[in-house]
Design a protein around this ligand. Structure first.
Ligand SMILES: Cc1ncc(COP(=O)(O)O)c(C=O)c1O
Length: 386
């Protein structure tokens, strides 16, 4: 199993903290945003008499309510097209297990969410990367490049939209082009849409659920972790109109008995959240995004494309080795008795030795802390001897 690049430098951060240094964590997508008040209230007032397994596919009432949420995108979604999982993480590994035999392949735009490596390794699936470039804002490469990678072992194209770690957001044209080749070659299009709501600058998110003619080929990975800042609830979902997928996924789900019961109850309450919650949260992320990315781009030698969605960006720094730089920040650099933890971006690329000078930054801290973090990165780069 590959080590998570997000957590690799944790021992250095822990040591810094033990020595009294404050560490600003921009390395992990753990939002500081509060979950909706109604959810917190619900959790604090659980009237629970027994602690039971739920149905392996998830609590039916929750699935029915969730179907209403998805019907805003695809009116035909019913609760039978939804299977509740232990986070988006389990949804991903279950889907790979459902569609792949050992040594099968899935195609993924690269860089990608680093745990895709862990899930594919444990399912014995090989990732075929399609390289995206920082120079053009990690735009989706041409469809020909995807098609060139398709062979007998290819089972799916997996996209993350909006993207972690790049913040890329795919256009309707791009989504449709992917759908076309997926149908042509009779494979699946899996979309990890756990950041669906987080889209900025009046851009629109196009869910593959909305594609009418390829419903037998589309699978959505979803989660409440980011949408409602409920990472610890551990609730996600697989959504597909393809009955074979849902029935096969159910067999895997039966083996693990049930998704978390309390998490489902909290997630069910989350569906009652007022729209204004998202407006406030998206405005907050947007402020952070603009502040961070503009500040970074003002630093000599830094390139940081403005992300269109999610809450991450990748920045190219004027250094030779981001891993060494990130460790140096944690071990040696202090400003106002504070330092910053970043994630070296090489762990998000399929080839470990391909990109050395990029970091992934999660803008999950409030504005004042983020300002300080950007200042620390700036001062750190000025002082750092490569
Ligand atoms: C793109 C993406 N997919 C899936 C997940 C898994 O999230 P969870 O298992 O908390 O739902 C994450 C978590 O960071 C993610 O960034």
């Amino acid at each position: 199993m590959p080590e998570s690049p997000i957590r690799k430098l944790v021992p250095f951060a822990e040591k810094a903290k033990k020595n009294g240094t404050k560490v600003l964590h921009l390395n992990i997508g753990q939002p500081d945003i509060k979950p909706p008040n109604n959810v917190i209230k619900k959790i604090n007032n659980f009237q629970i008499q027994s602690v039971k397994y739920s149905h392996s596919a998830g609590i039916e009432e929750y699935r029915k309510k969730l179907a209403k949420y998805y019907s805003q995108i695809a009116p035909t979604i019913s609760y039978e097209d939804i299977l509740i999982t232990t986070g988006g993480s389990e949804a991903l590994s279950t889907v790979l297990n459902c569609i792949c035999d050992p040594n099968d392949e899935i195609i993924i735009p690269d860089p990608y969410y680093a745990n895709y490596n862990g899930f594919s390794n444990s399912s014995n699936v090989s990732i075929q990367p399609i390289i995206c470039r920082i120079e053009n804002g990690f735009k989706l490469p041409s469809i020909d490049q995807f098609e060139a990678k398709i062979n007998k072992k290819t089972k799916a194209i997996l996209i993350c939209n909006p993207g972690n770690p790049t913040g890329a957001l795919y256009t309707f044209k791009e989504i449709k082009a992917l759908a076309k080749i997926v149908k042509k070659h009779d494979i699946f299009l899996i979309a990890d849409e756990v950041y669906r709501e987080f889209v900025y600058d009046k851009h629109h998110h196009y869910s593959i659920l909305g594609l009418k003619n390829i419903q037998q080929h589309t699978i959505i990975i979803d989660s409440v972790s980011k949408r409602y800042s409920m990472c610890g609830a551990r609730i996600g979902a697989i959504v597909s109109k393809n009955k074979d997928i849902i029935n096969t996924a159910l067999k895997f789900s039966q083996a693990r008995l049930s998704p978390p019961t309390f998490g489902q109850l909290a997630a069910m309450e989350a569906l009652n959240t007022h729209k204004s919650y998202f407006k406030t949260v998206i405005e907050e992320y947007n402020k952070r995004r603009v502040l961070l990315v503009n500040t970074l781009n003002e630093i000599d030698g830094v390139i940081c494309p403005m992300p269109k969605g999610a809450f991450y960006c990748i920045a190219q720094l004027p250094i030779r080795n981001a891993e060494v730089f990130c460790q140096w920040l944690l071990e040696e650099f202090r400003f106002k008795n504070t330092t910053v933890m970043l994630a070296p971006a090489n762990g998000f690329y399929s080839q470990k030795n391909m990109i050395h000078n990029q970091v992934r930054i999660a803008y999950v801290l409030e504005i004042e802390k983020l300002k300080l973090a950007a200042e620390i990165i700036k001062r750190g780069l000025e002082k750092y001897q490569d």
